[in-house]
Design a protein around this ligand. Sequence first.
Ligand SMILES: [Zn+2]
Length: 573
Amino acid sequence: MNDYIVSARKYRPSTFQTVVGQSNLTSTLKNAIATKHLAHAYLFCGPRGVGKTSCARIFAKAINCLNITPDGEPCNECDSCRAFNEQHSFNIHELDAASNNSVEDIRSLTEQVRIPPQIGKYSVFIIDEVHMLSQAAFNAFLKTLEEPPVHAIFILATTEKHKVIPTILSRCQIYDFNRIGINDIVEHLFFVAKSENVIAEKQALSVIAEKADGGMRDALSIFDQIVSFCGTNITYKSVIESLNVLDYQYYFTLVENFYKGDVSQSLLIFDEILNKGFDMQHFIIGLAQHLRNVMVSSDASTTRLLEATEEVEQRYVEQSKTCGIAFIYKALMLINECDLAFRTSRNKRLLIEITLIRLCQIQNPTVVEIEKKNDISPIKKDSQVNVEQKQTNVSVPQPSLQQSIKTEVKATNNIQNKGFRPTISISTSTTEIPEKKEKNQETSEKIKVEQKNCDYSEDSFVELWKSFATDVREKNASLSRTMLKYLPQKQNNSYVVLVVNQLQQKEIVDDKVEIIAFLRDKLSNDFVNFSVEVSQKEDNDEKFYTSEEKLNKMLNENPTFSKLYSQMDLDLD
Ligand SMILES: [Zn+2]
């Protein structure tokens, strides 16, 4: 027969000293025993697997011990202690209220309460999951609890204190058990591993501890499971594989990429994670948890909110120093937005990918962020308005901004031509990753450059205007002609180009971003700007005519044409 004993039972603590992670509480209990200040009823509250029942048993053993140590620990050697350890003591009675919650169960228990113990001083009654007792059972129990015999001590345990009725609460001394800290669990797992001749990596045990969420019993059963899966050598890799936990290295790398603005790497890492079979929402929650850990690591006073081993804690601290708190706040907010939108999103993957892009753009706000900030619909056709609004509202150095504007204006035009809806402009950027990456790098390089603000004369402005016009002749002869014909003039502190009709105005405005970029570069001044206005002055020769006006003019000025027009019954198309 197999004599295998699960670790949670095999390594159950037998003294208060060996209870893990509850030192405050166990020293209070030891004090009470040493000073003989015993209550008749105790209520042990706290999450599952943190040592409530173990403490209750040690307590029962200690108060019946014939040779109690001066600090209130059981000796584990006397007849009573041995009977307890071999589990045939008559001084302890356990009832699991989860499965025995009827009035009859309580009645048979209270009958036992009346019988004094044969050996030892106290009979201890442990009722586990006491909140599960039925209302009638509670009432039946209350009477015994009010007038217990001197030899009886009750220890009630519950994971849900709020479900225990007040009349019971008020008759008990209450002890609140904490979740056990990661480091305490890891330390204990190390001890168990050593005793079992298992070699384990600290990181591996740390993952088990995290998965156990503060419960030692769970940690030990996960440990057993891992040992049966990987044998006597437990590595970090084997643990995350068998527990289906996402390697936290992914999160560290992702945040590095967000900070660098590397959209393509971030999207590829996300894809890799999905290919490994991880759930999208778990990924979002994990990423949020990671960022939260980085956030609390940024301040020495909040690092205690972190639940991680020292090595990992050090990495969080380093990442928080690299990224800075402003970046982390912003990233957390973006992740939170994504988490909130996730449930209702119809394209969940795209939602996460857009979030990743936005995270990459925290450092270099480009298209998506600027658009969001200004709330400018890409459908607006007047690029002049866009350019000017952006320049006033966004505090990004001019050169990088300009690039974004250019990209956006172009992208917008494409979208309009194809008849897409404006919201798709975001997804367009996901398909242009390589180009985007280049842009981001370029932009970040330019951000480091200080803004140029050299003086320049009106003459040099006009000369450069002409030179642009000449250069553009081959590509756009009409623009070249218009620009050469209407030169910019200085008015107050700005430059104005006065044209005579809206077609000319549009022609120049359409290429305004490129003209400005050229002028700023040549004049070494990032604040160069100009506006294009239609002259109010009536000038017949220069006036822009509609087809109808042209026809009327021709009919008036040319009698032969007029005759032909009426004879042939011509009309405008
Ligand atoms: Zn003893």
